[in-house]
Structures are given as structure tokens and as C-alpha cells.
Design a protein around this ligand. Sequence first.
Ligand SMILES: [Zn+2]
Length: 280
Amino acid sequence: MSLHLPEGKKIAVNIGADFDAHSVWMGTFELSSPGYLSRGEFGAEVGVPRLLELFQRYGVRGTWCTPTHTMQTFPEAFNRILEADQEIAAHGCLHESVRKLDADEERSVMARQLELHDKYVGKRPRGYRSPAFDFTDDTLTILEENGFEWDSSLMGRDFEPYHPRPVQVSPDEGNTFGPPSPLLEFPGSWFLDDFPASEYVPRVNQGLGGTEILYERWRDHFDYAYRNVPNAVMALTVHPQTIGRAHNIMMLERLLEYMSQHDGVWFAPLSDVYDVWSED
Ligand SMILES: [Zn+2]
């Protein structure tokens, strides 16, 4: 099983832009006051254009994991992303906390989001990232039932795609793994996500630090993968409402500049990376 990157490419870098807008506050945090919603509005009105401009300058095609509530609420910003030839992946309807759903509810959220992808994108998403990187015991099966090709929510590797296995939990006997899923997992990580370090949520998340922590950590991930992992994939997660803030977008620009100075860096949507994977 391995990746065969295009001629001359040594590493694939995916920038996953999770365009959560209002939905993360309403779904994950259960907050819908004007203050929180305005932060999502900043993402749509300011963050998206800034990120698209940066992507255009550095030749980045990214994967925009977008809850369908965002497509409904901010159709103009969403259309700019489509017009910029970026990939759209599934990311829930309202950024639901999937662990609060039973299997039937999770299936109906999936059916509804696929309907809305059809309406707003005009095609089915090939990949999925769960809201807040969380799965239920049913999520993998639901993704397989719905023909998804890849997922990017789990953290069982760092730079190598893999086939995730369901885990049968047994505190007494030791846990056992089921057979590998046909889905390809592009592992994510909270370490490669801008939210924990850089989005302040009173009493919940202290995200008011400087940008050096993210810059150095992401550069070190890149350096490690570039030197040590043949055909690596590095999947970053950024949020327009977070990365679009002035200090953060300047940090991302420095990082793209740094990466671009290396030979063989391929800024690609995850489905393009999926297409060069083979089970050999
Ligand atoms: Zn999200």
C-alpha cells in the first residue's frame, strides 16, 4: 500500500479549510448569540477571501470541509470557493456532535447532507471530516454505506494514509481490531489544527497566544516528514474564522513561503492524493 506522488513530488501537503462559519458555534458549542455568530460571519466575509487570495498566490488547491448549514447561510462566499476550483468535502449539516446522535439520527444527518451537497455543489463529496474529529461506533460503517472513498478524522498515523479498523472495546480482555475498512484515512491531528492554539472561547479554550507556536510546530512537522517519510501526506486543518485573522494569515503565508522553497511540494486536495494511492 503506498502513495505514488506525481513525477518530481516528494510530499503532499493538504490544507483542509474547515468552513464552519455559524455552524460550529450552534452545533458543537450550542451557542447562537450574536457575538458568536459574528465570529462565523467574519470567517465567511473576511476569512474566505483572504484564504482564497493566499491559495491563489501559492498555487494551493485545498479541501474545504463545509457543513451544509454554511452553504445555506453564506452562499456567496461558498460560491467563491467553488469558482476557485477547490475541493468540497462533507463535514456534517450543523457541525453536529456525532456522539450525541444514535445510529438512526446519524444516518439521517448523512442523508440530509448528501442531498444538500447535491443541491449546492452539484455532486457527491468523495471525502468526509467529522465535526471536531469525532466518530461514533457507527460512523465508519455509515461512510462505507454511502460510498465515501476517504476520511480525515482519525489520528492512528501522522503522515501515512491507512485503512482504519473498527475497535471492539474490552476493558478486561484487551481491545480487538476488526478488519480494515476499504476507506482510506488521511490522518488529522489537533496539533495540525489552528483552533486549539488560536481561537479563544471563554472558559473553554485559551486560544490567545502568539503565532510562533503554530508556525514552529507546523514547520517541524513538515521538516520531519520531508526528511524521514517517503511519499508523506501532511494534512493541516485551518478555519477561515481563525486563520483569517491578520496575525494568523501572515503566519500561514510565512509557512507556505517556507514550504514552497523546498523541491517537490505538492499542494493538493485530498481526493487528488487519493487518486495516486495504490494497494500494491
Ligand atoms: Zn469543523
